[in-house]
Design a protein around this ligand. Structure first.
Ligand code: 5AD
Length: 352
């Protein structure tokens, strides 16, 4: 197994079977997991030093037309409190975030049908003209290529669209009313054609997922050479069909993050909010597995609890934009610091 890690670390490729074996072994063999994580950390440090980029997360809307089995915002969850930010509220978040030092804003939301291209275009243009030096990231689900292009032209730079599951059967079982993994990948390809820096990723430990599925996910991520990779543990939400399922495992998540880092040395990889929610040390553990981004919550404080994709989602303290001092302190305990620059992918030519 050590030879497989060495092979990966020197730029070699593993087949999906080998990736699965490595993941499996790392979840039971503590020394191997440590080797994998140390290798990933070394790789990340060569690219980013001890800096961790921050992204201000603005949760645009909790309305969603989809019915994904795992997500608390699914359409069938009648108990979910729905809200939609106004453009002025978003601009207020940006103002606060910019003053705090954020140079990336992430507009994330459910697939809210009222978010027309026109409305989003106007909002993105306002953000772009008011804050010419920030990166604007979108995370708004599946849209048409035409729509992705218009939003890019309006000033967006990055797009997060986790592929969720490379295996078509698993994908279909989790997303009863979404088209298919093939369609999702067409969206990802369209985003690339438009010029976005694109993020993919998946949860670890969701119902029906095997180690081999995770190996397939990692293989797909490497194959697409995406600029960003989001990997976090599945966390149950009581008001969903998966409410009674156990949360994803910490070690498997850390192993997957580490492998993603080793396979894509330049990628921007968050230590996810889900990881920080799973366990108090999660954020640092993610960074000590090769992650180099944290995404504090910049949404208006009165809506944060309503954006519950899973329960007890961390959105305060170190996961809150106003808690940067606490985050800085926590990072310092492991020798890291916040890097306040935009943090684009190395291969990306920033627009003027
Ligand atoms: N647990 C963990 N992650 C979740 N996501 C959605 N629901 C959950 C959950 N219950 C993830 C999905 C989605 C991202 C925004 O959050 O992967 O793409």
């Amino acid at each position: 197994m050590k030879a497989l890690v060495e092979h990966l670390a020197t730029g070699g490729k593993l087949n999906t079977g080998e990736l699965g074996e490595l993941l499996q072994a790392a979840t039971t063999d503590g020394a191997l997991l440590q080797l994998l994580r140390n290798t990933a950390v070394r790789t990340a440090r060569q690219q980013f030093g001890f800096g961790v980029y921050i992204r201000g997360l603005i949760e645009l809307s909790s309305y969603c037309r989809r019915d994904c089995l795992y997500c608390g915002l699914r359409r069938s969850n009648r108990t979910a409190e729905r809200y939609r930010l106004t453009a002025d509220e978003v601009m207020e978040c940006c103002k606060e975030g910019y003053a705090l030092g954020f140079r990336t804003f992430v507009l994330q939301g459910g697939e809210d049908g009222t978010h027309t291209d026109k409305w989003l275009e106007t909002l993105i243009s306002r953000m772009r003209s008011q804050y010419p030096d920030v990166a604007i990231t979108l995370s708004l689900g599946e849209r048409s290529e035409e729509s992705y292009r218009r939003l890019y032209e309006a000033g967006a730079n990055r797009y997060l669209l986790r592929h969720e599951a490379a295996d078509s059967t698993l994908y279909a079982s989790l997303h009863p009313d979404s088209p298919s993994i093939e369609h999702r990948l067409r969206c990802i390809e369209a985003l690339k054609r438009c010029g976005y820096q694109v993020g993919m990723g998946m949860m670890i430990g969701v119902k029906g997922q095997t180690i081999n599925h995770i190996a397939q996910d990692l293989q797909l991520i490497a194959q697409y050479e995406c600029e960003m990779v989001g990997i976090g543990p599945f966390l149950p939400h009581q008001a969903t069909p998966l409410g009674g399922e156990p949360a994803g495992e910490l070690n498997t998540t850390l192993a997957a993050v580490a492998i993603a880092r080793i396979m894509l040395p330049h990628a921007l990889i968050p230590s996810t909010t889900a990881l920080a929610t799973l366990t108090p040390t999660g954020r640092c553990e993610g960074i000590l597995s090769g992650a180099n981004v944290v995404m504090p919550n910049l949404s208006p404080q009165d809506v944060r609890a309503k954006y519950a994709i899973y329960e007890n989602k961390a959105s305060w303290g170190k996961e809150a934009a106003e808690g940067l001092a606490a985050l800085e302190q926590e990072l310092a305990t492991i020798g890291y610091h916040i890097d306040y620059s935009r943090g684009d992918h190395k291969m990306y030519n920033t627009k003027e």
